[in-house]
Design a protein around this ligand. Structure first.
Ligand SMILES: [Zn+2]
Ligand SMILES: [Zn+2]
Ligand SMILES: [Zn+2]
Length: 161
C-alpha cells in the first residue's frame, strides 16, 4: 500500500495521513481533541514545539504556526526551530556535530551574503569575509526539526559553551 498524504489546508505541507495534526504549522486534522490544560475546551491547534494540543487561551498562531504560551518565543523556519545562534563558524560546526552525534538532525542556516551575491565589488566586504578570525556580521543559526528542539536545547546547555 502506498503511503497516503494529508495536505494541510493552512500551510500546504504534506503530512502523513495517519497524523492528527500538521507537524509544520500545528493545524489539527481531527476534531474533538481537548486542550492539554483545559479538559473541557476544544483544542485549536497543536504546539509544534512540544507536540501538545491547546485551546485558544493557551496557545495561538505566530506567523501561521501554532505555539503554546510556553514555547512561543522560538524562531521557526519551515518546520525547523532555531536552537543556537552565533557568528562563530567553528563553534556552530562544533555544536552541529555534537547534535548529530546524539541523533538529532541539525541544519545550519546562514543568511550571510557574499560580495558576489550582492553583485558588488566592495573591497571592505571582501576583506571582511576573507580575513581569518574576523567576526561575520550576520548570525549563523543552527536549526533542528521543531520536535527535536527541547531535547537539543538541553544538550547544548550541557555543552558549557
Ligand atoms: Zn500545516
Ligand atoms: Zn508547546
Ligand atoms: Zn487551554
Amino acid at each position: 500500500m502506498e503511503t497516503r498524504k494529508h495536505l494541510c489546508t493552512n500551510c500546504s505541507f504534506e503530512a502523513d495521513d495517519d497524523s492528527d495534526y500538521c507537524p509544520r504549522c500545528g493545524t489539527l486534522f481531527t476534531e474533538n481533541i481537548k486542550c492539554e490544560s483545559h479538559s473541557k475546551l476544544e483544542a485549536e491547534g497543536v504546539c509544534v514545539i512540544c507536540g501538545k494540543p491547546f485551546c485558544g487561551i493557551c496557545g495561538h498562531s505566530v506567523n501561521n504556526i501554532f505555539l503554546c504560551g510556553e514555547n512561543n518565543s522560538y524562531e521557526i523556519y519551515e518546520g525547523m526551530a532555531k536552537v543556537f545562534g552565533t557568528s562563530d563558524e567553528i563553534q556552530i560546526h562544533f555544536v552541529k556535530s555534537c547534535l548529530e552525534g546524539n541523533s538529532f538532525h541539525p541544519f545550519i542556516y546562514s543568511k550571510k551574503s557574499t560580495p558576489m551575491q550582492l553583485g558588488g565589488n566592495d573591497q571592505s566586504l571582501i576583506n571582511l569575509s576573507a580575513s581569518w578570525g574576523e567576526k561575520i556580521i550576520n548570525e549563523i543559526k543552527l536549526l533542528v526539526p521543531c520536535s527535536e528542539i527541547l531535547e537539543a536545547k538541553k544538550l547544548i546547555s550541557e555543552l558549557n559553551i
